[in-house]
Design a protein around this ligand. Sequence first.
Ligand code: PHE
Length: 357
Amino acid sequence: MDTLRASWLGRIADAADEQALEGARLGALGKKGEVSLMMRELGKMTPEQRQQAGPALNALKDELNSALAARRAALSDAALAERLRTEWLDVSLAPRPRAMGTIHPVSQVTEEVAAIFADMGFGVAEGPQIESDWYNFDALNMPSHHSARAEMDTFYMARGEGDDRAPHVLRTHTSPVQIRTLQDRGAPIRIIAPGRVYRSDFDQTHTPMFHQVEGLAIDRDISMANLKWVLEEFFAAFFEVEGVETRFRASHFPFTEPSAEVDIRCSWKDGTLKVGEGDGWLEVLGSGMVHPKVLAAAGIDPNEWQGFAFGMGIDRIAMLKYGIPDLRAFFDADLRWLRHYGFAALDVPTMRGGLSA
Ligand code: PHE
């Protein structure tokens, strides 16, 4: 029995892998294993013999089982150690750069604009881009014969045969949102309405789709002075300068009376634009006191309410802020070129998830 024990313990200890170990287990304790066969012999023994051999065999069986378990554990530890040694990752290696999306500069500037006006109590309103020509023109004091309609290079929606819905256009400006919001919410009101607008026009400073932000403030005694203050506050905050002087030039829009085009003071030095200083002027928006007919069209009593409106090109002021020369680049180019102009995209945590830091 002792030689038997020594030989099996030896085989178990020497088993180099799982397979050899399983071979040893079957050889000793399997159905036809050496130790199992000897246990079967117990039945043929006399009770005295059995009393001696039985416990000895059982003890041997237990000993072999624990030797098997110990060896199995040792083998799997060794296997793990081997894997850890061979399969490793150099986590100190610099990650490969990945192409990463960012917010479009126009969206970013729209958010900046909205944040600045929010500080002055202006909410954000929206309207449809496919607009009825009543909202885009008539309600804004541009009846169908009005020459301003032609000047706006309007895209008209095609009309199917038998379609008798009111004519629709791609809105040429954000001003129809003035009417919609006044109808919905009434006066007093203070809103901006940023969004896409469309005109059939294409050159270095015009794209068929561009962005405007409308401003509208209606109350009992709003004046042009309020408009001037609001705009100067806005430009100082937007261009991140102490103050920006504005120049109001008398102008004409059918939906405002009086009307003014507004310029901001600026200078060109060595090919770079500086807003807020110098002796140049840059036109940035159209504005005026909302025409009584416009208020009336929106269901607001012009004898009780008055206020200002303005319309500003978002792409335009983005180009000024970041010194970008060609508007078309905003919409048909890889935006990475904007870095060249010092444009830093907003750091948006949700857009960084899972990407290399
Ligand atoms: N809607 C005008 C435009 O697109 C701008 C404007 C808005 C002018 C509001 C006055 C008041 O040119």
